[in-house]
Design a protein around this ligand. Structure first.
Ligand code: MSP
Length: 693
């Protein structure tokens, strides 16, 4: 991989901006942590660095998520964007700016770029009829009924008058550009994929939608909103001043653009390596220096994602082992650019092996001995030459890190940890052989401990971008002051053997990485389980309401809707229970008529992974088939439900749970004391789709 270090003394790097349709998880944290490590290293080298992250807030997917959450898109996006930002702050990530695509500065820049492209003749109006994947916000080739090639979800047919971008005009230009800039994109797999995509021919790209409103209007033709990917990609320039009239912003743009690295997930390479450079070329703006794709973080065999229901939250790891442990694991365990497995076991193993028993133990031994034998003051010693492994690490670590080979860089650094540890053990400064004089022993102690402490100083300086909290503690223990100040003074620029001067007063020893006991895994699992439970409970609030009413009237069996998808409907459907009729509001017959109750037959029933309560049902209404999620898994064996006729609320707004859409709700009695459901049914034969009134 090419060295992505820019030659200029400024560095601009970006994360993808995250969709706010879901809360942040480890997959999102991964890209942001990688960027944070790079940014910290660049700053500590004295390079003026700008690290941008943010949230992608427009588009149909977000609009629908807001609708399902029952709030306005603006409210919804503000809430989730704050969660992303809050998590980055909690993890101590040092972004310089956080852009939201709903901000004015962004809208202004997107509209300016659109106008520029139009003025330069790269945009025309046409009509689009084809397939669109709402989940990926991407146009898909193929007839109606074609699933999305990326996520496998069914596409929707879109027929609209659209603005088009003349992407076809850039096929040759892009291929030439890739050829003459081999370092532009990586890893190699991404490069190959992108080139073959462009070689297979580029069609013009639809860049506006009229069927949605949650987006940035096309300047001068406001019934169109700008396609979410064009909107989103432009964040990289609007955040540093593109589109602003303020000379300060313009200067910033000139200073930082083009970006040195756009760090992205591999699934969005096409947008960053094809569309984005084409837009920029068309607008006469320089293209970014490089795009680097990280692989996927896998959990339970699949890409960690909300829609698969297999996420782990960064907060959980932070709470039990700390943010440094997470950073170390992600960068050491997963070769950058490849997919990698996350597991609590592997995390704890790395933590105990490399951090607690490795680096942490080494620091503790040396700092304690300097206190014990020299009163915490670095003894007077003639300087020594750098051991060859130190010299190798001082060269090898930066080379690997700057090529984004974090795992390799850390491997080299840990070889130095092991070597330093071995040097201590071999010389055993804590043990005085009987045939050694006191003064010889003191000399040996001084030599061994100053060399080991110097080794730790080098290791700590190098590892600072990856373990900033631990490095800060060690820096103080080595009597070096605040590592943040050292970083601001570009301490990595002149890092060399021999910096630990005699007479330096060490700080108090303090534990770095307390060994994780057996219960650490269990604690993390419990935190995740209780979080998942509360997510399911939040989604099944209606069930709780209905069931608590049932419990209050043990003699009655209230008919209640046990599909947990929509609490509001449950409340409406639960009839007054004994003793509560006085304060129960009556509804009119018209209100009742609004509820479309229908007979349906269960065709498919299966459990939803990681959701103990949920079953996924496919039901036949006679006139259509649909999917429903029902909170009855603890009471009904899925196989026994197949073929059974049930009653469903057919006109309930769709709702997503565990990434699956539920289109309706089934009815069941709810039995005290724990609300066991009994499905509503019929004694006589009833046709599918028959309405209950
Ligand atoms: N909004 C777009 C990006 C626009 S950039 C101009 C988007 N958002 S996303 O929220 O779906 O994903 C953003 C990024 O999150 C991915 O590209 C990837 O970097 C990261 N990841 C989300 N899940 C991930 C894993 N399980 N593993 C690794 N990274 C993943 O796409």
């Amino acid at each position: 991989m090419a060295d992505s270090t820019s030659s200029a003394n400024r560095f601009y790097l970006t994360t993808p901006i995250y969709y706010v349709n879901a809360r942040p998880h480890l997959g999102h944290a991964y890209s942001t942590i990688v960027c944070d490590a790079i940014a910290r290293r660049k700053r500590a080298l004295g390079i003026e660095t700008w690290f941008l992250t943010g949230t992608d807030e427009h588009g149909q997917k977000i609009e629908r998520s807001a609708e399902q959450a029952g709030c306005s898109p603006q409210e919804f996006t503000t809430k989730i964007a704050a969660e992303f930002r809050g998590l980055w702050d909690r993890l101590g990530l040092t972004y310089d700016d956080f852009i939201r695509t709903t901000e004015e500065r962004h809208k202004r820049g997107v509209q300016k770029l659109f106008s520029t492209l139009r003025d330069r003749g790269f945009i025309y109006k046409g009509s689009y009829s084809g397939q669109y994947c709402v989940f990926d916000e991407a146009y898909v080739e193929g007839p109606p009924g074609t699933p999305c090639p990326d996520c496998g979800r069914m596409t929707e047919t879109v027929s609209e008058e659209n603005y088009f971008f003349k992407l076809s005009a850039f096929e040759r230009k892009l291929l030439e550009f890739y050829e003459s800039n081999p370092g532009f994109m990586g890893p190699e797999s991404t490069r190959r994929e992108v080139i073959s995509f462009v070689r297979s021919g580029l069609k013009d790209l639809s860049i506006s939608r009229t069927s949605i409103t949650w987006g940035i209007p096309v300047p001068g033709d406001e019934k169109h909103v700008i396609y979410v990917w064009l909107d989103a990609l432009v964040n990289y320039i609007t955040a540093i001043g593109y589109g602003s009239d303020d000379p300060k912003d313009q200067k910033k743009f000139e200073k930082f653009w083009p970006a040195d690295i756009h760090l992205i997930g591999k699934e969005i390479s096409r947008f960053h390596c094809v569309y984005w450079p084409a837009f920029l070329m068309a607008a006469g703006i320089p293209v970014p220096r490089s795009v680097r794709a990280n692989g996927w973080l896998l959990f339970d065999q699949g890409k960690m994602s909300k829609s698969r229901g297999n996420i782990v939250r960064a907060e959980t790891v932070d709470e039990v082992l700390g943010a440094d442990a997470l950073r170390y694991f992600l960068l050491r365990e997963i070769p950058f650019g490849q997919d990698g497995n996350f597991s609590f076991d592997a995390l704890v193993q790395r933590y105990n092996g490399d951090l607690a028993n490795g680096y942490g133990n080494l620091v503790s031994r040396v700092v304690n001995m300097v206190h014990k034998y020299f009163g915490g003051v670095v003894p007077e010693m003639p300087s020594s030459d750098a051991p060859s492994i130190v010299q190798q690490t001082l060269e090898g670590f930066p080379a690997a890190f700057d090529a984004l080979n974090f795992s390799g860089a850390l491997q080299q650094l840990w070889a130095l940890v092991a070597e330093t540890d071995g040097y201590l053990t071999e010389n055993a400064p804590w043990k005085k052989p009987t045939d050694r004089s006191d003064s010889d022993h003191q000399k040996l102690q001084a030599r061994v401990l100053t060399d080991a402490a110097e080794g730790i100083r080098i290791i700590t300086a190098l590892v600072y971008p990856i373990l900033p909290d631990a490095a800060a503690k060690v820096w103080r223990q080595l009597g070096q002051g605040e590592i943040g100040d050292a970083a601001r003074n570009a301490f990595l620029k002149n890092l060399a053997w021999g910096g630990l001067t005699p007479g330096t007063k060490f700080g108090e020893p303090a534990p770095l990485f307390p060994r994780a006991e057996k219960d650490a895994i269990e604690r993390m699992q419990n935190l995740e389980d209780s979080n998942n439970r509360s997510a399911v409970d939040a989604a099944s609030q209606g069930e709780a309401t209905a069931l608590s009413q049932a419990a209050a009237a043990p003699s009655e069996v209230p008919a209640t809707a046990v599909n947990t998808a929509d609490g509001r409907a449950n409340e409406a459907l639960t009839p007054p229970t004994a003793g509560s009729s006085a304060d129960q509001q009556h509804i009119s017959i018209d209100d009742f008529a609004k509820v479309d109750l229908r007979v349906a037959q269960i065709l498919v029933a299966e459990r939803v992974p990681k959701a103990d309560k949920l079953l996924r049902l496919e039901v036949d209404l006679g006139y259509e088939k649909r999917q429903i999620l029902a909170g009855i898994a603890q009471y009904y064996e899925p196989e026994k439900l197949i073929g059974r006729k049930i009653v469903i609320v057919a006109n309930l707004a769709p709702r997503k749970m565990r990434g699956l859409e539920s289109n309706g709700m089934l009815l069941a009695a709810s039995l005290p004391p724990d609300g066991a459901p009994v499905l509503a049914g019929f004694l006589e034969e009833v046709p599918l789709g028959a309405r209950l009134k």
